[in-house]
Structure formats: structure tokens, C-alpha cells
Design a protein around this ligand. Structure first.
Ligand code: CAA
Length: 249
């Protein structure tokens, strides 16, 4: 039997990440869900059991994606145990929403470190394995708010816009080696991250979404698995929006 391709999904146990893991497992990949959860392994193990109950065999691996050494330990472990990572989905991300005039330095740095510097930390550690084998898929999860900006999210919008700059530069460097690098920009997806936004603000946002609803995480997972496919080798440096029409360009 041909060896299964290995996919690492950072933030794999989260709102969108869970569905990316499931979709990639459905497509026959061997999936590893990266988790942080402030080091709470029990929560990740519980998540893993839930997936198993639903018929999904998904490995879990701890990393603090803000920290290069932590990512190195994580990726070394996966590589030794399973082999070279073929598909990387840089999905983990956080919000620290507040208007800019109230934003504290720690709120800026937490978001830039977790959402943007993580792109360097994780990708840097998998890229040479992909180049050596002449195949790789890197899929970076940005946001509609990186494209249009969002009131209360100067930190998040900056980090998410930065992601696509990273995608475009790296895509050029690795294109000849069978490695594609793309961005997916989800709109407002019905996960706990969105439910943290005050109800009246959320309702206002909903009014600006032409399809008239928030997205489902499966609708993002579908785009990711499309880009991950062996057959998607001509798509690189692109930014695919899935936002219900909230932002068109
Ligand atoms: N445009 C213009 N003015 C606005 C506004 C907007 N969108 N929203 C609020 N304001 C105004 C208010 O009317 C108010 O004005 P007055 O003082 O004149 O009454 C003022 O701004 C409020 O300013 P404050 O500093 O007091 O802000 P706040 O504490 O009330 O709220 C906030 C700040 C919590 C960040 C709020 O703006 C908010 O929740 N924004 C939405 C953030 C958001 O969309 N987050 C998405 C999270 S999910 C995600 O990020 C995933 C993804 O990728 C899509």
C-alpha cells in the first residue's frame, strides 16, 4: 500500500481546525492535530477521543507556536515517528480585540506572535523536508479581516494581512520544487471565536454578509482539502476567500 501523506494542522483541536482535520482524514491523509491549550494535554486527549468515537483516527502533538524551540521539538517528534510532513495547515490563531487607543503592548504582541510569527516558526521547520522530497502543500489560514480591516482588530488585521505577504514570497521561492503555498481567508464562521463578540456587534456584522448567515467550519475545510490535493499543483500564491460575499475584490 502506498504511504499515506502526512498532514499537520496547527490549532487542530479548535473550531475550524477540527473540521480541517476531519476533512483531511476523510481524504485519506494521516492527520496530526497540533494543540496548545495552555499545555492542557487532557483537553486534547478528550478531543482525540471524541474524534475516535466519530470514526476519525487523528494524532495530537503539543507545540507553543509562538516559540521556535517548542515547534522544533514537536516537528522532530512527528517526523521521527511518522515521516516527513507533506501538508502543513497553519491554522492556529487568537484574537485580543480592543480599539487601538486602548490596546496594550501585550495585546499587540500576543496576536502578532501567535498569528504571524508562528508562520515562520512552523513553516521554517517543515520546508526543507518538503523541498527534499519535491512535494509539499502549505495552507495558511488568514481572515476576511486581514483583507478589509476590522474595527477593534488593528493587531489581528495586521497579522492576518501579513500572512498573505508571507504566502506570496514563500510561494515564489519553492515553486520549482513541487511545493505550493496558499492562503485561505475565511469570513465569519460560527465558532466560539465569533461567539465571543458581543451579540449586538455580531448582529450588525451578520447584516453585512450577503448570504445572510455565518459560515460553517466545514466550508473552510473544503477549501483547504482542495488546495492540499496532489492535483492542485498549479495553484500557488493565491488567496481564496470564503466569506459569504462580505468582502469582494
Ligand atoms: N465602525 C465605526 N464605529 C464603531 C464601530 C464600527 N464598526 N463599532 C463601534 N463603533 C463606535 C461605537 O459606536 C462607539 O462610539 P461612541 O463612543 O461614539 O458611542 C465606539 O466606537 C466604541 O468604542 P470603544 O473603544 O468603547 O469600543 P468597545 O469597547 O465598545 O468595543 C470592540 C470594542 C469590543 C473591539 C468592538 O468594537 C468589537 O467587538 N468589534 C468587533 C471585533 C470583531 O469583529 N471581531 C471578530 C472576532 S472573530 C475573528 O476575528 C475571526 C475572523 O477572522 C473573522
Amino acid at each position: 500500500m502506498e504511504k499515506k501523506r502526512i498532514a499537520l494542522v496547527t490549532g487542530g483541536t479548535g473550531g475550524i481546525g477540527t473540521y480541517i482535520c476531519r476533512e483531511l482524514a476523510n481524504k485519506g491523509y494521516q492527520v496530526v492535530a497540533g494543540y496548545y491549550s495552555n499545555g492542557n494535554k487532557d483537553r486534547a486527549v478528550e478531543w482525540q477521543k471524541e474524534q475516535a468515537r466519530d470514526g476519525y483516527d487523528i494524532a495530537i502533538a503539543f507545540a507553543d507556536i509562538r516559540d521556535y524551540a517548542s515547534c522544533e521539538a514537536c516537528i522532530d517528534g512527528i517526523t521521527k515517528e511518522m515521516g516527513t510532513i507533506d501538508i502543513l495547515v497553519n491554522n492556529a490563531g487568537i484574537t485580543r480585540d480592543t480599539t487601538f487607543r486602548k490596546m496594550q503592548p501585550y495585546q499587540w504582541h500576543e496576536v502578532i506572535d501567535a498569528n504571524l510569527s508562528s508562520m515562520f516558526n512552523v513553516t521554517r521547520l517543515v520546508i526543507n523536508g518538503m523541498l527534499d522530497q519535491n512535494f509539499g502543500r502549505i495552507i495558511n489560514i488568514s481572515s476576511v479581516n486581514g483583507q478589509k480591516g476590522q474595527f477593534g482588530q488593528a493587531n489581528y488585521s495586521a497579522a492576518k494581512a501579513g500572512i498573505h505577504g508571507f504566502t506570496k514570497a514563500l510561494a515564489q521561492e519553492v515553486a520549482r520544487k513541487g511545493v505550493t503555498v496558499n492562503t485561505v481567508s475565511p469570513g465569519y464562521i460560527a465558532t466560539s471565536m465569533i461567539m465571543e463578540v458581543a451579540e449586538e456587534v455580531r448582529n450588525e456584522i451578520l447584516k453585512g454578509i450577503p448570504v445572510g448567515r455565518f459560515g460553517a467550519p466545514e466550508e473552510i475545510a473544503r477549501v483547504v482539502s482542495f488546495l492540499a490535493a496532489d492535483e492542485s499543483g498549479f495553484i500557488t500564491g493565491s488567496n481564496i476567500a470564503a466569506n459569504g460575499g462580505q468582502h469582494m475584490f
